[in-house]
Design a protein around this ligand. Structure first.
Ligand code: NAD
Length: 473
């Protein structure tokens, strides 16, 4: 794709190629001047980013098409449009989120005032993955800037067109003294991880998550790890199975299944399984036609390595719908597999592609035991008409997020945190939760020097002081 397209006659600005240490030192020097702290600076950055995303949306849409074959509508919905909503929400509420919060003081300290203030952390590193290569790069950057930090962004080399667009455009519209884009793969990321950051925000797989956390530990740098895992969709008989199938299929086959919160597999309770097979087939046909390879709305697998991995999973069950592949175009049809053995390879690791296994379980107890016997997922979905089942799933399972009656859409609720637990990650972000992640909550106490009411807590201690302290402390 042409990343040079809408330059608007502006001069070329070099992409950050300076060695990692130099880049971080430059950003740290900027941070230390206090330049990123004023709320006006933060809002200006967010507005500039918003303008870039709206005025040059086509550049991003083209890049996403080149990297993942994403349709323009899907890119607008899940990438550019998502980010614009996140920026608007942040701009609307930032002043309130930054307001100091009062804390009550104990009687023994009166007169005194206590409150918390959010202070920026310093220079933060954002390492992004390839599957939503724009959203998952910029959503953390929005939070980091709103909190007043300098930011190094490392986009994913696996989505090279989007990475190139970010590297080209961000230094043009954002403050280049405070924001740097470092492109590259493992060597470049490793060089960055040698540096001392004040926070590292990583999205990707758990193996690299461990590398990131190990590197961060050397500098005692806090981390947010946005990881993945196998997110189940529990389906009970008695639910509206046609609608459930449509909503599971939407979440699963969007971006050709390469979505961290996609339903990874279905846990069909009792007789729900057989009916669901027919409804899922119908849902796939409605969304992508009888030949999804010809649908403009259906994406492609990001590269041959992932294509080969996914193609190897297609025989792990009876094919209900799909199963076709084309390596030349990295096409894998939306595929539903039934009669899947829970110990088969497709049920071992996160699928991260358009293959939906259906595993049958006899009842909700078995479904809960299945979920809790495995790693904690990033998302849990349930389609049930039973309030008791909803209560039980909420209380008896653990997951990053939980959604009843839909998949993926918990991410569109701006006031909900997004993050994993256990193997699916640590920490969370979006909206005000990004401010929590990228700020230090400083505790402040102010006690006037007069009157000096601390005499009672000051030695020498007497029986009287002891009695008073026991009453007020
Ligand atoms: P990826 O291959 O793009 O890797 C992510 C980042 O890690 C890239 O920037 C890459 O350069 C860097 N990286 C790769 N190897 C490295 C190494 N050895 N040392 C240092 N850095 C390295 O993406 P991926 O990991 O294939 O992404 C898919 C995974 O991410 C899935 O498990 C998915 O569920 C998860 N994911 C989670 C979320 C979330 O928000 N929780 C979102 C998207 C993806």
């Amino acid at each position: 794709m042409d990343t040079n397209a809408p330059t608007g006659g502006q001069p070329d600005i070099a992409v950050t190629t300076a060695p990692a240490a130099e880049t971080v030192a430059r950003l740290r020097a900027t941070f230390n001047t206090g330049r990123t702290k004023p709320v006006a600076w933060r809002k200006q950055q967010l507005k500039a980013l918003r303008n870039l995303l709206t005025e040059h949306e086509d550049v991003f849409v083209q890049a996403l098409q080149a990297d993942l074959g994403k349709s323009a509508t899907e890119s607008r919905m899940t990438e550019t449009g998502f980010l614009v909503r996140e920026i608007d929400h942040t701009l609307r509420h930032l002043d309130r989120w930054l307001r100091p919060k009062r804390a009550s003081v104990p009687l023994s300290l009166v007169p005194a005032h206590a409150w918390t203030v959010r202070e920026p952390l310093g220079v933060v590193l954002v390492i992004a993955p390839w599957n939503y290569p724009l959203n998952l790069a910029l959503a953390p950057v929005i939070g980091a800037l709103a909190a007043g930090n300098a930011v190094v962004l490392k986009p994913s080399e696996v989505a090279p067109a989007t990475s190139a667009v970010l590297a080209r455009w961000l230094p043009r519209v954002l403050d280049p003294q405070a924001v740097a884009v470092v492109e590259g793969g493992v060597p470049e990321t490793t060089a960055l991880l040698e540096q001392r950051f004040d926070h590292i925000f990583y999205t990707g797989n758990g193996a690299v998550g461990r590398i990131v956390m190990t590197a961060a530990a050397r500098h005692l740098t806090p981390v947010t790890l946005e990881l993945g895992g196998k997110s189940p969709a529990v389906v009970e008989p008695g639910a509206d199975l046609a609608t459930a199938a449509r909503r599971i299929a939407l979440g699963k086959f969007m971006n050709a299944g390469q979505t961290c919160v996609a339903p990874d597999y279905v846990l069909a309770i009792g007789e729900a399984g057989a009916e669901l097979e027919a409804h899922l087939t119908q849902a796939v046909r409605e969304m992508y036609g009888t030949d999804p390879a010809r649908s403009n709305d259906y994406g492609r697998i990001v590269n041959e390595r992932h294509f080969d991995r996914l193609a190897g999973l297609l025989n792990d069950g009876r094919t209900v719908v799909g199963g076709d592949t084309d390596r030349d175009t990295r096409y894998i049809a939306p595929t539903v597999l039934a009669d899947v053995d829970p110990d088969s390879p497709v049920m071992r690791d996160e699928i991260f592609g358009p293959i939906l296994p259906i595993v049958r379980v006899p009842d909700l107890d078995a479904a809960i035991a299945f979920i809790t016997g495995r790693d904690k997922p990033l998302a849990l979905y349930a389609f049930t008409a039973s309030r008791r089942s909803k209560r039980r799933l909420t209380a008896e399972t653990s997951s990053g997020g939980l959604a009843f009656g839909v998949s993926l859409l918990q991410l569109s609720v701006l006031d909900l945190p997004f993050g994993g637990v256990g193997e699916s990650g640590m920490g969370h972000y979006h909206g005000s939760y990004s401010l929590d992640t990228f700020s230090h909550l400083k505790a402040v106490l102010e006690k006037p020097l007069k009157p000096d009411t601390l005499g009672v807590a000051t030695p020498p201690y007497t029986p009287l002081k002891d009695r008073i302290l026991r009453r007020i402390a």
